[in-house]
Design a protein around this ligand. Sequence first.
Ligand code: ADP
Ligand code: MG
Length: 355
Amino acid sequence: MFKEKLEQWKHILRNDIGIDLGTANMLVYVRGKGIVLNEPSVVAVNQKTNQVVAVGTEAKNMLGRTPPHIVAVRPIVDGVISDFEVTEEMIHYLLNKAQSISKKILGPRVVVGVPSGITNVETRAVRDATKNAGASEVHIVEEPMAAAIGMHLPINEPLGNMVIDIGGGTADIAVISLGGVVASKNVRVAGDKLNTDISSYIRNEFKIVIGEKTAEEIKVTVTSLLLGKVSLETQARGRDLITGLPREVVVTDSDIRDAISHSIERLVESTKEVLEITPPEILSDIMHRGIYLAGGGALIKGFAEVLSEEIKMPVYIADDPLTCVVRGTGIILENIEKFKDILIADENNVSNKTH
Ligand code: ADP
Ligand code: MG
């Protein structure tokens, strides 16, 4: 009783904040307010002074337009934290923004979603960075688990749930039952790889070099894995490999299907590999209940259909796939007792009974 009252008081005095630290996008949820921030995971750093000059949307707008001493970096590459200091600055920025939206006296309680491929050292770094940024309590959750919670899948029941979260750097394929990951795989084939597939294809086929932003635009506008439907096309502008001058070409959905076919195949194969190591009872649940897609890659037109055809199981796209993880962190914050077993424990706060 007393404990409950104390929790209620704490909720009045401090914010509950959920963070999705994605490789491409970072999102922040504040309990009672909803998603308050959704920006690219980019930080601009001045290399002369080693100072962070911009974070998020502001930093992304600088990409490719900075003087040589300012570099825009994505500190979480391929689901691995490549730069701890910059990641810490990023977390600072996110917490400060969230705290300025809803002012409270105590330091916030924070749930952070991290890519499932990250190591213990990286997990500790995220935890420390979040504490340094003023959090009073930090809980870490693996993103595929948070995504499943965000989709309201019954992850705590003895029932197989399968989630594929295709982000920027990595795709997380996970089978979850009774609050635990039963089988999983983390592959470095996701949105960024499709962008480089598209750039290389255009370079080889049309002999022009396109920028990263152009590749991304082409991907979002003309990718379709569905044959025989309306054909899509777009103009792409790049630099001619031979003359060095700008040139425009027309790129169609058929070009893009060629460009990304190998990566799509790898995603399908990886899914099969996870199914192969899934225990039979759980496999049968998944055959009935289907697979759920989250992350920006879930929006690749026709991917759900292609996957379903290949593995002979239903495949569904989550509602608003880009916000599943952060909404999941919000649900965890509201029911922290129910979900405490799925959170990655803080080694410093776990009492070691063998001592
Ligand atoms: P992360 O969790 O790694 O930050 P997200 O889940 O935010 O990644 O997804 C970002 C990726 O999704 C980017 O590579 C982006 O290009 C891709 N993406 C977003 N919308 C679409 C779309 N409509 N079609 C294909 N890819 C998309
Ligand atoms: Mg993600």
